[in-house]
Design a protein around this ligand. Structure first.
Ligand code: FAD
Length: 395
């Protein structure tokens, strides 16, 4: 093989497909099923807004790739014919108070200048799009939207396989070493893969065999999702009638989408009570939603699950070389749907030709984070209450 990719999420499937399309022979191995990690567990919101979308620090082609990442997601879905309930209805960011309004206006100015947003919206326009009264204003990122993430990642894997990638699920990497000729040997219970280069895309799910340099570059945080029963006709008319995907500007944001079967999908960081057990989680979710949408009083919930997100020290994704021909990609900080569309391409380019890859994304090793799981546990338990207090006191 020319390249072995380890990890069958968005990052691994997108980069394997891209490498194959460049004419390389590629194997993709996944310890569990395609989408077992964050890619099959997320909320399916495509929000192409990034603090690190910065022309000063990104190369011009990488800036353009990240800027257009939302558009790339939906184009790729259409081009590959992936059936994943994709709706590019825009992302609505609604300001809940004066400080939130200032933040929303600043974000809007940035994305309007890039041609990604129309005029800033007044309270009535936000109500028209969201169905919710009481917001002070907001804006829509046109390239945003939502999708079924598990169907999306499975579709990507199918497309990669059809293109010629050898996809092996239920195949964990159990060892990694070099042979005498300098080729990488990826060991699995089924046998070995010999490859010129290896790309690690295990993000927050890396098992003990994944080099410590990868695993210790992330703070793992647990996030949860809850999904309601399908809404009735009256509820559907009242909640996000325009089909946007939604977040407000709270530090502890209310964010959700209504999928094509009429279910509300929402969630957040797992806290002491919220996210850990279904009872209190859905009670809080209903209460929060019903304050804005009285029609949702008594909403029934059918699914609840959790997953891991990986936060890097600089809070931006990193591509870096761990050893000669061994590369890692990680650190989406909970926003991987649009981001992997850009970074997956940049990673494939880097594995193909590191110089060409550097023109898309800087090859900076992320800072090491000692005791990442301890930091994660502290953040996990303090972040939610701190953010709620900041919201309460308008900080
Ligand atoms: C609950 C939740 C909600 C989220 N909501 C959103 C959202 O709405 N929008 C958004 O943009 N982002 C969201 N995210 C973030 C997004 O899901 C991730 O950023 C993204 O899925 C990362 O993709 P990935 O391919 O890099 O990693 P993953 O999808 O985590 O894939 C890593 C894979 O590596 C495999 N693996 C690990 N070790 C080995 C090994 N030794 N051998 C073989 N395979 C191995 C794992 O099994 C796993 O499948 C959410 C995340 C979570 C957990």
């Amino acid at each position: 093989m020319d390249v072995a990719i380890v990890g069958g999420g968005f990052s691994g499937t997108i980069s394997a497909l891209e490498l194959c399309q460049k004419g390389l022979s590629v194997a993709l191995i996944e310890a569990g099923e395609i989408g077992s990690g964050g890619s099959g567990r997320n909320h399916g919101q495509c929000i192409p807004v990034f603090g690190y979308l910065d022309a000063e620090t990104l190369p011009p082609a990488g800036f353009a790739l990240l800027r257009d990442s939302g558009q790339i997601v939906f184009e790729q879905i259409a081009d590959l014919g992936i059936e994943c309930d994709a709706v590019q209805g825009g992302w609505l960011n609604a300001a809940h108070n004066a400080a939130g309004l200032e933040r929303a206006k600043a974000a809007h100015a940035k994305y309007a200048a890039l041609g990604k947003a129309g005029p800033f919206l007044g309270p009535d326009e936000v109500t028209g799009l969201s169905g919710a009264p009481g917001y002070l204003g907001g804006w829509v990122h046109k390239d945003g939207g939502h999708l079924n993430p598990l169907a999306y990642v499975r579709g990507l894997a199918r497309a990669a396989q059809t293109a010629g990638v050898a996809v092996h699920t239920g195949t964990p990497m159990t060892g990694l070493c070099k042979d005498r000729s300098g080729r990488w040997i990826v060991e699995t219970p089924e046998g070995e893969i010999s490859a010129r280069k290896v790309g690690l895309t295990t993000n927050a799910y890396g098992t003990a065999v994944v080099p410590a340099r990868m695993r210790r570059s992330l703070v793992p945080l647990s996030s949860y999702a809850v999904v309601s029963a399908p809404l009735g006709a009256e509820q559907k008319d009242a909640v996000l009638p325009s089909g946007v995907t939604f977040s407000d500007t709270r530090r502890d944001p209310m964010f959700f989408r209504v999928d094509t079967s009429g279910r509300i999908v929402t969630g957040g960081l797992v806290e002491l009570r919220r996210g850990r057990k279904s009872g209190p989680t859905v009670e809080q979710a209903t209460h929060r939603l019903a304050r804005r949408y009285p029609v949702l009083e008594g909403l029934q919930w059918e699914y609840h699950w959790t997953g891991q997100i990986g936060v890097s020290a600089k809070q931006r994704p990193a591509i870096f070389e761990l050893d000669d021909g061994l590369w890692g990609l990680l650190g989406y900080c909970g926003r991987g749907v649009p981001t992997t569309a850009a970074l997956g391409r940049a990673f494939a380019e880097t594995l193909h030709d590191p110089k060409a890859g550097a023109a898309l994304w800087p090859q900076d090793p992320p800072a090491r984070i000692p005791l990442g799981s301890v930091i994660g546990a502290v953040v996990q338990n303090l972040r939610g209450p701190t953010n709620k207090a900041r919201d309460r006191f308008n900080l």
